[in-house]
Design a protein around this ligand. Structure first.
Ligand code: AMP
Length: 117
C-alpha cells in the first residue's frame, strides 16, 4: 500500500495522529472532520495515498468505487439515509483543497444550500 511519510491523512491511517474513526475497511478509512461544517461532517479517504481526484489513475478505479460505497455506508451509519446528505470532493487550490490526500466530505444533519458559495 503506497503511503506518503509526511502526509497528514496517511499519518491518520497509520494511527500516528489521533482521529475519531467511524468506519474502516481494507480500502478506506472514515473519521470526523476536526472543524465540522455541519452536524455530521466525516472525511472518507482511500488508504492508498492519492493526492486528489485529478491524480487518480485508471488502475485506481476499484479504489474509487470502494471510496464512494464507504461514503454511502458512513452516511447511512450516521442516520442520514432518509433525510439526505452531500458528498464533496475538493480538488486543487480554487476548490479550497487544503490536504493533498484525496478525501470525500460527507455532510449532513442540516439543510445544505445549493449551489455552494
Ligand atoms: P479540504 O479543504 O477539502 O482539503 O478538506 C480538508 C479537511 O480536513 C478540512 O475540512 C479540515 O477541517 C480537515 N482536517 C484537517 N486536519 C484534520 C485532522 N487532523 N483530523 C480531521 N480532519 C482534519
Amino acid at each position: 500500500m503506497s503511503a506518503d511519510a509526511n502526509c497528514l491523512f496517511c499519518k491518520i491511517v497509520r494511527r500516528e495522529i489521533p482521529s475519531t474513526i467511524v468506519f474502516e475497511n481494507d480500502h478506506a478509512l472514515a473519521f470526523r472532520d476536526i472543524h465540522p461544517a455541519a452536524k455530521t461532517h466525516v472525511l472518507v479517504i482511500p488508504k492508498k495515498h492519492i493526492i486528489g481526484i485529478a491524480h487518480a489513475e485508471p488502475a485506481d478505479a476499484p479504489t474509487m468505487g470502494e471510496l464512494l460505497l464507504a461514503a454511502r455506508k458512513v452516511a447511512e451509519q450516521e442516520g442520514l439515509g432518509d433525510g439526505g446528505y452531500r458528498l464533496v470532493i475538493n480538488n486543487g487550490a480554487d476548490a479550497g483543497q487544503s490536504v493533498l490526500h484525496l478525501h470525500v466530505h460527507v455532510l449532513g444533519g442540516r439543510p445544505l444550500a445549493w449551489p455552494p458559495g
